[in-house]
Structure formats: structure tokens, C-alpha cells
Design a protein around this ligand. Structure first.
Ligand code: F6P
Length: 484
């Protein structure tokens, strides 16, 4: 049992069943593409485990405090019955068929919207047939929320897979307060205008009372196209549309700072960090990358830059070592498969050319690591490399900075990550410019400990001011109706 943020005691994991409470009593419903639990895919393991990612830790305590419910998809078409609760939070599962998985998830969500919203780093694919599945699945989520929420309750909808849900839900349940938060970037109008169903998407989002984004730039991209395409009026933080007022704002997500700081001072994790360095051959500098294996993350470009740094003698095997963790993601998508293939080629080329027996130039892990192991890696790393081509926020950057309680460590950060606007102490880089990546890594390597410490202090000062619970509270507070 742990103490929850609302003063209550959080029950620990409950995989079993509880009696169903009166659904009309649900005051707060979270709607997200995925449930907070996922079915373990390991052979012989039929457990449901907490889904990875920041959203679960962000919303768990808020939902516990408010007797809330989480609506989501179990993550696979064929699944066993998910548990009825997770840490005391009621769960409601929405099923997606295999055909919908292909058209809604792989298709419209991840082959149209995902690349388009990430600066069209890969050409977005537009297929008319995918739209119907996107609508159908969104309607299923909206209906599930409408059936569950109490009169005048609050529904908080998450992310690009569910952009039609706000307006669908408004039509089904005009009494409820509806919030929507986009975790990924919202593109500039030049890109958004390419989207064949752009008006429907905007009208879907404008069904909310509050539309939240990671950074102010994304919010203004949205208000611009809402004015232009749907004739919404108003200032940047408030739009008038269809006889209603829609608030728009930036709510930068962050990490569970208390949990991470506790991990960073855990003697077992600190010892594991020392062990990792010993296993790496006690190099002078450990350079670390931790990313979901996604073409938006710039991993291949980064490894190419590191390879050139080995080639010109800036990096030397034995003295320096690179560790790259690539967390498996969307593996049934051909783009991701190709990305993995390309990445593994550059990794093996680097090792083939610059590794030595017993001291490879790069250690590459294509694995989902436990959180504690990730923390130990962060503690073991002298330089953290976070160079996405585009990222809504990037929590790896924030996790690294949060766990460096001794104020050591350096962060190389893409200008195109949402986190960049909050991390002025980072070594900023344009991830599209290979020479700039090399130059910035060189600069980070050569920066002395005093300046590095000053930079870390600045980054921590900003990052530690708010934690993920503050993020959830600030969004929900802004969603409350104005008293005036
Ligand atoms: O960053 C957006 C996001 O949808 C996250 O919510 C999620 O953890 C990640 O991408 C992976 O997405 P998927 O649910 O497709 O595996």
C-alpha cells in the first residue's frame, strides 16, 4: 500500500474481479487508445501488466482520488478478458477487430496521422478506406464514455487516435465536460492542410470544452487552422465555434519526479549503475540513447554521426562507449520493420569497423527494459543523446535530468523535441544536420564539469518545479467551467 496524492491509500495491483459499482457514479472518465494494462505476450505468461509509459503514472492517482474509470483497448485483437480494475480504478475495455486494427490503428492513426503530425518525416499515406474504420472505432469509444459518465461528469480524451471522440460524445451527452489532450505535435497549417479529412478532424476536436497541447506552438497551429477551415473566431486561447466556447492551451507533460528521485537514491539501483559501467569496461565516457524504435526519433542519423566520430578519432573504442536502447514498437508496421533493419545495419557497421574484441563501439539492445534498469542506465551515462526529428515532448530527456541528483551528466537535445523549450541548459542540436550532431557531441564531451553542472542545475530547476500529478491537476482544473 502506498500513500496516494489525494491523501487516500492506494490499493496495490488488483488483477482479480470486484463487484461492479453503479456506473452512474463515475464522475471522471479517461478515454485513451490503450488501457493502463496490457496482456503479457511472453510464452506461458497470461498476466495483465501495467502498460509502459507516462500516462499511466500520470493518471492513476487522479482517477483513484475521484473514483474514476479508464476506457481503452487491450492492445491486441484476440485477448483474454481484461481485469475489471487496476489499482482500484475501474476499467472498461473497447474491442478492435483485426480489420479495424489494420485500418484504424496501422492505417489512419499510424500511417496517415502519425507521420503527418511529425513533420511528414515519412510520407503520410492517405487511403479513403481507412476513414470509415477511424470513425467507427472513435464512435465505439464515444459510446462507451457516454454510457458510463455520471450526469455533468468530466471526460478526458487522449491523443491522435481519438480526435473525433470529443464531438461524438458531445452529441451523445451534451451535459458532460469534455477535455482533449494531444500527446504528439500538432503540425503547422502547411502540413495539416494536406489531410483529406481535415475539417472532420477539427470539428471532432472542437467538440471539447478544452483542447490541450504539449507546447504553445502546437496550440497556435491548431487555432490557426480552426479559424481558417471552420471559421472559428476568437483569440488564441479561446475559440468561439458553433455557438460554444472552446478553450485551447499548452499543458506540457512531465514525469513522476518523486518516484524517479527515489529510484536515483536507491542503493541497489546505484550499485547496478556502477556494475553497468564495470561491464562496459570502465570507459571514460558512456554515451546513451533510449528511444522507442520509431522513425521520428532520429536514431539512425545519430548512430551515423557517432560512427563518423569514431572515424575521425573523437571517439575511441575502450575509452568511449555508446549504448543504444531501442524499445520495440508497432512491430507489425512495415515502416517500423524497415527502420529496425536500417538501424541494425548501421549498428553492426559501427561495431564491425570500430569495435575491438571485448569492447564493442556500441551496445545495442532491442528490448523493453524494466524501469529500474532504465534508471541504472541513466545513472551510468555521462552524456544522454535525445535527438528526435520531431517529438511532442520526450520524457526520456526529463527522466535523465530528474535522476541526476548529483548534478553530473550532460544532455544533447533536439531543438524539435517539445522538451527543448523547457531545457535551456541542454546542448541543443538540429537532428537533421549530421555535422551539427557531431559538433554538439564534441562540445558536450569537451565541456568542463563546472559548466556542465550549471547547465544541469538550470535544467533541473525547471523540470523539478512540476510533476506529472501537477500536470493532470492543471488540465482538469482548466477544464472546470468558469464560475462567472
Ligand atoms: O506518444 C504517443 C503514443 O501513442 C504514446 O501514447 C504511446 O506510448 C506511444 O505513442 C506508442 O504507441 P502505441 O500505442 O501505438 O504502441
Amino acid at each position: 500500500m502506498t500513500q496516494g496524492i489525494c491523501g487516500s491509500v492506494e490499493p496495490s495491483w488488483s488483477g482479480g474481479s470486484i463487484s461492479k459499482s453503479d456506473p452512474s457514479r463515475v464522475e471522471l472518465v479517461v478515454v485513451a487508445n490503450r488501457l493502463p494494462v496490457k496482456q503479457s505476450m511472453s510464452l506461458g505468461d497470461d498476466e495483465w501488466r501495467p502498460s509502459p509509459g507516462g500516462l499511466v503514472s500520470a493518471l492513476t492517482s487522479t482517477l483513484q482520488c475521484r473514483n474514476g474509470l479508464w476506457i481503452g483497448w487491450p492492445g491486441v485483437a484476440e485477448h483474454r478478458e481484461p481485469p475489471l480494475t487496476y489499482k482500484g480504478i475501474r476499467l472498461k475495455s473497447v474491442d478492435i477487430s483485426q480489420a479495424e486494427y489494420e485500418d484504424f490503428y496501422l492505417g489512419f492513426s499510424n500511417a496517415t496521422l502519425w507521420p503527418l503530425y511529425h513533420d511528414a518525416i515519412r510520407a503520410p499515406t492517405f487511403r479513403r478506406a481507412w476513414w470509415q474504420a477511424y470513425r467507427n472505432v472513435n464512435m465505439r469509444f464515444a459510446t462507451a464514455a457516454a454510457e458510463t459518465i455520471a450526469p455533468n461528469g468530466t471526460v478526458w480524451i487522449h491523443d491522435y487516435q481519438l480526435q473525433l471522440v470529443p464531438n461524438m460524445l458531445r452529441e451523445l451527452r451534451p451535459d458532460v465536460r469534455i477535455g482533449f489532450f494531444l500527446h504528439i505535435p500538432f503540425p503547422p497549417s502547411e502540413l495539416f492542410m494536406q489531410l483529406p479529412r481535415r475539417r472532420e478532424i477539427l470539428a471532432g476536436l472542437l467538440g471539447a470544452d478544452l483542447v490541450g497541447f504539449q507546447v504553445p506552438n502546437a496550440a497556435s497551429n491548431f487555432t490557426r487552422v480552426a479559424r481558417r477551415l471552420l471559421g472559428a473566431t476568437g483569440v488564441s486561447s479561446t475559440l468561439d465555434y458553433d455557438g460554444r466556447t472552446v478553450d485551447v492551451g499548452a499543458f506540457p507533460i512531465t514525469v513522476d519526479t518523486t518516484r524517479i528521485i527515489a529510484k536515483a537514491s536507491d542503493p541497489r539501483i546505484r550499485e547496478r549503475a556502477r556494475e553497468i559501467r564495470r561491464n562496459l569496461g570502465n570507459p571514460e565516457i558512456v554515451l546513451l540513447g533510449v528511444d522507442r524504435l520509431d522513425y521520428t526519433k532520429g536514431i539512425e542519423q545519430r548512430i551515423k554521426a557517432l560512427t563518423e566520430l569514431y572515424a575521425d578519432g573523437t571517439l575511441r573504442s575502450g575509452q568511449h562507449v555508446v549504448v543504444q536502447v531501442a524499445v520495440p514498437s508497432r512491430e507489425s508496421d512495415a515502416h517500423y520493420d524497415l527502420e529496425r533493419h536500417n538501424l541494425e545495419q548501421v549498428v553492426s557497421a559501427m561495431n564491425g569497423e570500430y569495435g575491438r574484441v571485448g569492447s564493442p563501439a556500441i551496445h545495442y539492445l532491442h528490448q523493453n527494459l524494466p524501469f529500474d534498469e532504465l534508471m541504472a542506465l541513466y545513472l551510468a551515462a555521462d552524456i544522454m543523446l535525445v535527438t528526435p526529428f520531431r517529438d511532442g515532448m520526450n520524457l526520456v530527456a526529463k527522466e535523465y535530468v530528474t535522476c541526476r541528483t548529483d548534478l553530473t551528466g550532460k544532455l544533447v537535445l533536439s531543438e524539435f523535441a517539445g522538451a527543448a523549450s523547457e531545457m535551456r541548459g541542454a546542448f541543443m542540436v538540429n537532428p537533421h544536420d549530421l555535422d551539427a550532431i557531431k559538433e554538439t557531441i564534441r562540445l558536450a564531451m569537451n565541456t568542463g564539469s563546472k559548466e556542465a553542472r550549471d547547465r544541469m542545475v538550470r535544467m533541473r530547476h525547471k523540470t523539478l518545479r512540476r510533476d506529472v500529478h501537477d500536470w493532470a491537476h492543471s488540465f482538469l482544473e482548466a477544464l472546470q467551467p468558469n464560475e462567472s
